[in-house]
Design a protein around this ligand. Sequence first.
Ligand SMILES: Nc1ncnc2c1ncn2[C@@H]1O[C@H](COP(=O)(O)OP(=O)(O)OP(=O)(O)O)[C@@H](O)[C@H]1O
Ligand SMILES: [Mg+2]
Length: 448
Amino acid sequence: MGGWCLVLRGRGRECERLDGLLDAVRGGESRALVVRGEAGVGKTALLDYVVGRARGFRVSRITGVQSEMELAFAGLHQLCAPMSDRFDRLPGAQQEALRAALGLGSGNAPDAFRVALATLGLLAEVARERPLLCVVDDAQWLDRASMQVLAFTARRLMAESVAIVFASRVTHGVPGGAPAGTEPTGLPELLVGGLPDEDARELLRSVLPGRWDAQVLDRIVAEARGNPLALVELPRGCTPAEFAGGFGLPGGPALTGRIRESYQRRVAHLPLETRRFLLVAAAEPSGEPVLLWRAAERLRIGIEAAAPAVSAGLLDIGELVRFAHPLVRSGVYWSASPESRRGTHRALAAVTDPQADPDRRAWHAAHGALGPDEAVALELEGSAGRARARGGLAAAAAFMAPPLRRVAAPPASPARRTRAPARRLRPVRRHGHARVRAAGGARAAEHR
Ligand SMILES: Nc1ncnc2c1ncn2[C@@H]1O[C@H](COP(=O)(O)OP(=O)(O)OP(=O)(O)O)[C@@H](O)[C@H]1O
Ligand SMILES: [Mg+2]
């Protein structure tokens, strides 16, 4: 990726496998691969590698977001909406099913099989021009409907010049891990383990300026078990004395907590204006630069505010705005005051197109409201109805989850009180048809 230029250490075997995959697809075949490993082991870094090597390919990159897992087809929307100019090449019924799934047309709960066939056809169609690489990061957090469609598609690839590469975290049954059914199964896998000791030591040295006691380095290398995130991130900001004085790297969730704290320390050192910009980016993880700049402008944040975060290696600004790691985003979001979060969501709601993306707008508006708000409540009911039509009750419930319920349930007039229960969770009909679309949403509410 553009912003931080990474030299991958100790990944010869993995890079070879990815290069082989690209070669095969260049030669007209299709391939699918699941890159699997624990948190911080370097899955995203390998995806960056394959994207960087995909010269001549069209690349579509999407990311599963934990807080969107209940929103049916949110992931598929990320992948397919930018290809909507090709929908008319698909057979009518498939086109209709795909449009309904993505909320781009009218229609009720789409047939999953048809949506999957349509996706397969669409990717093949797009790949007629040049080979297509689809990269799906954090696949463990894709919504179930999208995961099923993408896994189906990946399993049926033949000779379309399409590659689909997933990265999925091994959760080891850790609470908050992916529920069953949201994992890409039945596909070839690339298991990514810790770096070999020598590479781990080199990586550690590259992030630690000055001279270090070899024994201390050895101990860190041993404790990090070759996990690059632990090696790169934890030593930042620590003094030699802290290392020598019993620096230990616990594994599992505790490791995540330590890394999150480390990111938060780095964010805390940035100028106020930069932290305000980071909050905008954290609250709208679609990462669309134009949207973010427009929201920032509304909040009177200058365009130059992003630069210190980019120089600090916390943010990358290319075609999309991306955080160095999901933990940076959740750290930024949750360490901001509730008032700043609300203000940011209000600005995002104001710049989100109510026609093109009504659900995302409703979601931002709800997160931006201080208390019950009739207009926002109506928007939310519409979103819940559309979500239910597309993905069932779980998706609808996501729009009615706390803290949104407090917004959606104003202490209404008696007239409203009598009609409200019947209306709740029913599709809003406008212009004579139910509008159904994939939800954007409070992706920022991810809390890892
Ligand atoms: N082989 C490598 N050489 C050097 N640095 C690496 C290597 N692999 C990963 N890194 C660095 O380690 C950090 C963690 O890597 P990355 O974000 O790719 O992990 P991940 O497996 O995607 O984690 P998560 O499951 O949390 O998404 C990043 O800063 C990345 O640049
Ligand atoms: Mg990752």
